[in-house]
Write a protein of this length. Structure first.
Length: 118
């Protein structure tokens, strides 16, 4: 249901743009967001965006990362600038997808690796 892409290897200070597209039987997509998990750490919240475009971010990435979405394509983006080695992690997208007016569930993408070299 969710397919993430755009990860890779980048040097400190570089940029990457992640994408995550929802597909399949979709009635509507509510909140979408990104989480990340570094080796040995728990998965942590990065940021989210409502269907109306309201965003929320974890403090550690504010002013460096920007979340946006294309509602027509059911796709969420994460623009990451000024990347630091501590941003290295597997990034997961998340979305609340309704397959009918009444049936909604929480979905996760497969994860995409972001590695920032020092």
């Amino acid at each position: 249901q969710l397919q993430a892409s755009g990860g890779g290897l980048v040097q400190t200070g570089g940029s990457l743009r992640l994408s995550c597209a929802a597909s399949g039987k979709i009635y509507s997509v509510n909140g979408m967001g990104w989480y990340r998990q570094a080796p040995g750490n728990q998965r942590e919240f990065v940021g989210s965006i409502t269907a109306g475009g309201r965003t929320k971010y974890v403090d550690s990435i504010k002013d460096r990362f920007t979340i946006s979405r294309d509602n027509a394509k059911n796709t969420v983006f994460l623009q990451m600038n000024s990347l630091k080695p501590e941003d290295t992690a597997v990034y997961y997208c998340n979305a609340v997808i309704y397959t009918s007016f009444f049936d909604g569930d929480d979905y996760w993408g497969q994860g995409t690796q972001v590695t920032v070299s020092s």
